[in-house]
Design a protein around this ligand. Structure first.
Ligand code: C2E
Ligand code: MG
Ligand code: MG
Length: 614
């Protein structure tokens, strides 16, 4: 947005400036050439007028001396004719030109008289001398008039040339100014709303903030929650209409020294006075006016989110403030719709920076530990398997639960390394889970995988290579992927899961009930285990409708040959209810909490085998 083409000091495009200079330069050169041609012309006129004077004198002298003078006569005729001819052809004649013409015509007459005398059988010497004297006087005057005419012409040319050059420069500079204004307008105007764009907003905001001083302003960044669905449901034109309406409403809500700029799509930026509840006021006013807008029949559906950043001092960079406000909007809680870049948020950013810096070293140093949470058959209470859950045991941050770091790892891609690390830890559990008490038999280990990890190019090969290094029967290694990571038409993920399943690894759909729980997921996804989320369970406890849905989901899963595990069982009543509804396996704090391997070993290993991971 900033720049994009070369500009010179005042922001005029370099190319147009160069074109203007070249135009004036060419015009000046043309004028100079014209003046030089004219000067040569004048020299030859003055010269010719002089020749007529001299040659006439000579012709008379030769005649008196009785010598042949035909050549000289012919030369005078020629030069005189050419002088007269040249003057006749001049398009514009001023007073000096006409005087010069009259003088030429008098000379011509006088020369005619002299030639008549030459033609007499015996020309009179006395008359010839008298005529020649008169001719000399006339010719002298003519030379003088020729010079005067040349001088006057020259003055005219200089005056007209000067005016033309001045006019041309004026025209060029006017055009340039027009061009500059047009460019400036394009540079600061948002094409969709016709209002300010981000560039213009930042320029003007910087000026206002500097003039106002410390703490006077805050920058607010806003977008429409779920704007994509406005476009998808009502069409792009309607989406554009929403953007234009919002821009107008924000402008209306702003005071005289407050500003609005449209950034792009449904994103806006505002500079508001940092008065108490100013952001709340603008948000409420805009929402109320939007609801009252009859031109948008769906305006009740439109909700804006805001991120705000307070400018501590007048010298703070606006672009950075805008970026901070946009970050807090993205990260901010959507529930109260106004998120602030406050100390809590700064602490969160500092924590994330720390995580980013530490994560690789932490993985290498083995700070990511595996905890296991046992799962039990609900009918007889025997151990069915364990879920491997990650903990970050950090010397400087303490014991961190996965929700503190997994979302960040999913954003920065580090999750793939962590998931494979957990897979390896899970594989090392086999001696421990192969013989459990009481009763003996091996139980499964469920490992969580992020969608980000699974979509990596060589996921399946890397998975198989790793598991292949251990003596772990695939049927006992469950691959968990959360429901929200899946969509029924996600062919890439369906392909990956099918391939793992072909190799004998059961697939578990985690957190069923938190996403949209589409029936077509059950139909299309290659799954062996359905893990019902604890929110499904808590809703079923006191809501008959939810309970019936749960009952039928369990029945449907059983009918399809899909195992069911219910997560988050916290009471004996819940365990009872699930057993009655036909859920086969339970997991939850009531049955067992996630525990370190040492504890698991003490409680469940039949022979006290030491696993190679800890
Ligand atoms: P999840 O896979 O659904 O794991 C179950 C979560 O529910 C665990 O939280 C567990 O401690 C918790 N939980 C179990 N029983 C109860 C209960 O009765 N009540 C309540 N309130 N909670 C219960 P945890 O360990 O904090 O893990 C959170 C999530 O982090 C996991 O949810 C999983 O999605 C993710 N996660 C954990 N480890 C990994 C990993 O190695 N890789 C990946 N990609 N994700 C992981
Ligand atoms: Mg899980
Ligand atoms: Mg879960």
């Amino acid at each position: 947005m900033h720049g994009g083409f070369h500009t010179c000091a005042k922001g005029v495009p370099l190319r147009s400036k160069v074109a203007a200079i070249i135009t004036v330069f060419l015009f000046g050169v043309g004028l100079l050439v014209f003046i030089m041609v004219q000067m040569q012309n004048y020299a030859s006129i003055i010269n010719d007028a002089g020749s007529v004077r001299g040659a006439t004198q000579r012709a008379v002298k030769l005649e008196i001396a009785g010598l042949p003078n035909e050549d000289v006569v012919e030369r005078v005729d020629e030069v005189l004719a050419s002088l007269i001819d040249r003057e006749d052809q001049r398009p514009l004649k001023n007073r000096e030109t006409r005087e010069f013409e009259e003088a030429l015509s008098r000379i011509e007459d006088e020369w005619g008289l002299i030639k008549q005398e030459f033609a007499e059988p015996s020309p009179s010497e006395e008359r010839l001398l008298a005529l020649s004297e008169e001719h000399f006087q006339l010719a002298d005057t003519t030379v003088f008039l020729a010079q005067r005419r040349a001088e006057s012409d020259f003055l005219w040319i200089a005056a007209v040339g000067g005016v033309l050059i001045f006019g041309a420069s004026l025209l060029v500079s006017l055009l340039e100014r027009h061009h500059r204004l047009k460019l400036r307008k394009a540079l600061v105007t948002d094409p969709l709303t016709g209002g300010r764009n981000q560039f213009s907003f930042e320029e003007e905001a910087q000026r206002l903030v500097q003039a106002a001083g410390a703490g006077a302003y805050l920058v607010a960044y806003s977008n429409v929650v779920g704007f994509r669905s406005v476009n998808e449901s009502f069409g792009r034109m309607a989406g554009d209409g929403v953007i234009r309406t919002l821009n107008a409403l924000f402008e209306k809500a702003c005071g005289p020294d407050e500003l609005v700029g449209h950034v792009n799509a449904d994103h806006f930026v505002m500079l508001l006075r940092n008065d108490e509840n100013r952001m709340e006021q603008v948000a409420a006013q805009t929402a109320a006016r939007l609801r009252a807008d009859d031109a948008l029949p769906f305006s009740d559906r439109i909700v804006c989110g805001y991120g705000t950043y307070e400018l501590a001092d007048g010298g703070e960079d606006i672009a950075t403030a805008v970026s901070n406000a946009s970050v807090v909007l993205k990260e901010g809680t959507i529930t109260n719709l106004i998120a602030r870049y406050d100390d809590a948020f700064r602490a969160k950013l500092a924590f994330e920076r720390h995580v980013e810096e530490r994560m690789r070293k932490a993985l290498a140093a083995g700070e990511f530990a595996v905890y296991v949470q046992p799962q039990f058959f609900l009918d007889d209470g025997s151990l069915a398997g364990v879920e491997a859950l990650c903990r970050w045991d950090s010397p400087d941050l303490g014991l961190l639960m996965p929700d503190r770091f997994i979302p960040q790892f999913e954003r920065n891609g580090f999750i793939a390394d962590l998931d494979f690390c957990m897979l390896e830890r899970a594989c090392r559990l086999y001696p421990l889970t192969a013989q459990t008490k009481p009763g003996g038999g091996p139980v499964h280990v469920a490992v969580n995988f992020s969608r980000v990890t699974m979509l990596q190019n060589d996921f399946v090969e890397r998975f198989e290579r790793l598991v292949g290094r251990f003596d772990f029967p695939p049927a006992f290694l469950h691959v968990e992927v959360t429901e929200s990571a899946l969509t029924a038409d996600d062919q890439a993920l369906v392909g990956i899961l099918s391939e793992l399943r072909r190799h004998g690894f059961p697939i578990a759909m985690d957190d069923f009930g938190t996403g949209y729980s589409s029936l077509s997921l059950l139909r299309n996804m290659p799954i062996d285990v359905l893990k019902i989320d604890r929110s499904f369970l808590s809703a079923s406890e006191d809501d008959e409708r939810s309970r019936r849905v749960l009952e039928h989901v369990l029945a449907l899963a059983n009918d399809l040959g899909i195992d069911t595990v219910c997560e988050g069982i916290e009471t004996a009543e819940q365990a009872d209810l699930l057993r009655r509804l036909g859920c086969s396996i339970g997991q939850g704090f009531h049955l067992a909490r996630p525990m370190p391997l040492g504890e698991f070993r003490a409680r469940f290993a039949s022979d006290g085998t030491t696993p190679s991971a800890s």
